[in-house]
Design a binder for this molecule. Structure first.
Ligand SMILES: *Cc1c(COP(=O)(O)O)cnc(C)c1O
Length: 241
């Protein structure tokens, strides 16, 4: 069986194993169990064959950024028992196309979008979809996400939407330069998460903290991440067409 793997497949499996080892080490250093952290494979720009390689190897969660791209690939993916998340910025006019096709939308950052997702979810079989609220923890102008200061207000406003279940928070931090900066911003995000957990969210559970990517997932785990989103460390540098 091994003999039939292409060079690309073998490289991706080797990468996956290295990521898994680093993740285990980080969990151990943090005094956390490995099963407290979900490893998501971020599959944007990755051809379906290579996505299937990691799914067949046991990865149980994938994330895609764009609605169109995901829909064009999902039919051939080995998705049995796999969680599918949309992690990219979502436009309201695309909501109806994606809501029935994924298990979670990680990028809710406005009342308007939350309402559109809730309304669309109510028309699907399940009637409800899990979401995370995206927080712009670095306060960067160019980034989507709600500011830490407006988070409580947003959560209060979307609490009445019964087509969504708010499961936690997600963040894409600024590009870091030092280890210290990484840890500090993840620490800040975790603190915000704990504070928000203390307040009761009506239609949610606040148990997931999605933070950490290829360059910083170990630091994110040390600071309390429960879901790391790893793309290039598994699949290699992305080839944008
Ligand atoms: C692309 C992407 C990732 C993965 O980035 P890598 O640095 O390749 O691991 C994670 N989260 C989001 C929201 C992304 O768009």
């Amino acid at each position: 069986m091994t003999a039939s793997l292409s060079a690309d497949e073998q490289r991706v499996l080797d990468n996956l194993q290295r990521v898994e080892e680093r993740l285990r080490t980080a969990c151990m250093a943090a005094g956390r169990r490995r099963d407290e952290v979900t490893l998501m494979a971020v599959t944007k720009t990755v051809p379906p064959e290579l996505i299937n390689t990691v799914l067949d190897a046991g990865v149980t969660c994938i994330g895609e950024n764009r609605v169109q791209e995901y829909l064009s690939k999902c039919d051939v993916l080995h998705l049995e028992g796999v969680e599918r998340h949309l992690i990219g910025h979502l436009q309201t006019n695309k909501v109806r196309r994606i809501v029935g096709e994924v298990d979670m939308i990680q990028s809710v950052d406005s009342v308007h979008l939350a309402k559109a997702i809730s309304d669309a979810a109510k028309m699907t079989k399940r009637g409800v979809i899990d979401v995370l609220v995206e927080v712009n923890i670095g306060g960067e102008e160019s980034k989507s996400g709600v500011s830490p200061e407006s988070l409580t207000e947003l959560l209060d406003k979307i609490a009445a939407f019964d087509g969504i279940r708010v499961r936690g928070l997600m963040t894409i931090p600024p590009i870091f330069h030092t280890e210290f900066e990484k840890r500090a911003i993840f620490y800040k995000m975790h603190k915000l998460f704990i504070d928000i957990q203390g307040k009761k969210v009506d239609n949610g559970t606040m148990e997931l903290l999605s933070m950490g990517m290829s360059s910083d997932f170990a630091e994110a785990v040390l600071e309390g991440s429960t879901l790391v989103r790893v793309g290039s460390a598994i699949f290699g540098e992305r080839q944008y067409k």
